[in-house]
Design a protein around this ligand. Structure first.
Ligand code: GDP
Length: 422
């Protein structure tokens, strides 16, 4: 069962649209809560020794890893279920308008979003707001569950009208893949199997779609990225670099460049707990051996293909979390992957309306606001644009005095220094 692929989902919708009912239904119907996985998780959380119980579940989820290390309390509940074909991790976020940060955190981990739409109300401003955040965070696959079809008499025309409105909006936002499904979450119609009450619908059920949807988006054929988590040196003969492949594929014999130093070497071995591999792909945790005695340590990134950015000045979108507003010129700590670097927000360019995505002039960012800024770092960071690599393109800002995570950031572009390709 271990090699089953995992699909990461986020659910969104207004309060009372039926999110909990739908997720509860999926859990109940799949009847396969992964007890063993939850046990393993409990052991993991003891080792990590992080914050409260809700966040311990986040240990299973990749993405803005550093925010967990920082123990921020974000109101996102993770739930797990599985079928014969796939494992699922659901980030369940509260629907209140003000909790942009919760939704952003859930969505930053997600490959697919399930957006609940109440069949009585159709596409409302909250649907639009959530879809904007999904688009900003690079969620390219959306399942629109048009719920409470029983309350509109299972009307096919109603469903079609809502589907058209939803697709039009998603297209404008550049969301590539949309599947609309009419459901009655509380009774299970079109949740697992199909519904005798909506014979006019001949598409997949929610579960059929979740099991089949292809969310790989070519991540395995993108440039290779491997942030070094630690140097594995059990004896003088063995020196490996341990971490998780954060993009692309690596083979034995491949040439690699260590960033930010720009030193070159070649992969001489790929080691896992279960033995040696010829190749490793995005998402796999491995130890890589290099042919040369090159220096690399935690925070460095092994790369090949298009070089990443190595820069101390970046343009980024910030999603502000903290109740204390952003202060230009104030010192923060930027954490990205395995790096921590002192940073200041040098320029506030504009705020982004969550309602319309329009640019608005602003001097600062308050909690749950999104804006475009420039950040200057104490030393160069190895990163990619968020659109190219969600792991190397995301960061958090920490207030060094309160130790709170004050913002999540998405890298738009470097503003100085090309990558090192000596
Ligand atoms: P959430 O706030 O989005 O998590 O919504 P809930 O799952 O708590 O559901 C809100 C209410 O809608 C509850 O009373 C549910 O029983 C009800 N509900 C959920 N799905 C349906 C449905 O398909 N039809 C009807 N009539 N009610 C539903």
């Amino acid at each position: 069962t271990d090699d089953k692929p995992t699909l990461r989902l986020v659910t969104c919708g207004s309060v009372d649209d039926g999110k909990s009912t739908l997720v509860g239904r999926l859990l109940f119907d799949s009847k396969m809560l992964l007890d063993d996985q939850l046990d393993a998780l409990a052991a993991d959380s003891k080792v990590a020794g992080t914050a409260g119980p809700a966040l311990d579940f986040a240990l299973l989820v990749d993405g803005l890893q550093a925010e967990r290390e920082q123990g921020i309390t974000i109101d996102v509940a993770y739930r797990f279920f599985a079928t014969r074909r796939r494992r699922f991790v659901v980030a369940d976020t509260p629907g209140h308008v003000q909790y942009t940060r919760n939704m952003a955190t859930g969505a930053s981990h997600a490959e697919l979003a399930v957006v609940l739409v109440d069949a009585c109300k159709g596409v409302v401003s909250q649907t639009r707001r959530h879809s904007h955040i999904l688009a900003l965070l690079g969620v390219r696959h959306v399942l629109a569950a048009v719920n409470k079809m029983d309350l509109v008499g299972f009307d096919a025309d109603r469903f079609t009208a809502i589907s058209v409105a939803f697709r039009t909006m998603a297209e404008q936002l550049g969301i590539a893949d949309v599947q609309c499904i009419p459901v009655v979450a509380c009774d299970g119609d079109n949740v697992f199997g199909n519904s005798g009450r909506m014979p006019w619908y001949d598409g997949p059920s929610v579960m059929e779609h979740l099991e089949a949807v292809d969310v790989s988006d070519g991540i395995e054929s993108r440039p290779f990225r491997f942030p070094v988590q630690w140097v594995n040196r059990p004896n003088p003969e063995f020196r490996g670099f341990s971490g998780r492949v954060a993009g692309g594929t690596v083979h034995c014999g491949d040439p690699v460049v260590v960033q930010p130093s720009g030193r070159r070497s070649r992969i001489s071995g790929i080691v896992t707990a279960d033995g040696r591999l010829q190749q490793a792909v995005s998402g796999q945790s491995v130890t890589l051996l290099l042919a040369d005695e090159v220096d690399a340590s935690r925070g460095d990134v092994l790369t090949s293909g298009t070089p990443p950015m190595v820069t101390d000045h970046i343009a980024a979108h910030l999603i502000w979390f903290d109740d204390e507003a952003m202060r230009r010129g104030r010192r923060y700590v930027l954490k990205s992957g395995t790096s921590s670097i002192g940073a200041v927000v040098s320029t506030m360019k504009h705020r982004v309306s969550i309602e319309t995505m329009a640019k608005e002039s602003a001097l600062t960012l308050e909690a749950n606001e999104i804006g475009c800024v420039e950040v200057v770092l104490d030393r160069p960071l190895v990163c990619d644009a968020y659109r190219d690599n969600r792991d190397l393109g995301s960061f958090i800002l920490i207030d060094p005095f309160s130790r709170r995570t004050v913002a999540a950031g998405l890298v738009d572009a470097p503003l100085r220094r090309p990558a090192n390709v000596s």
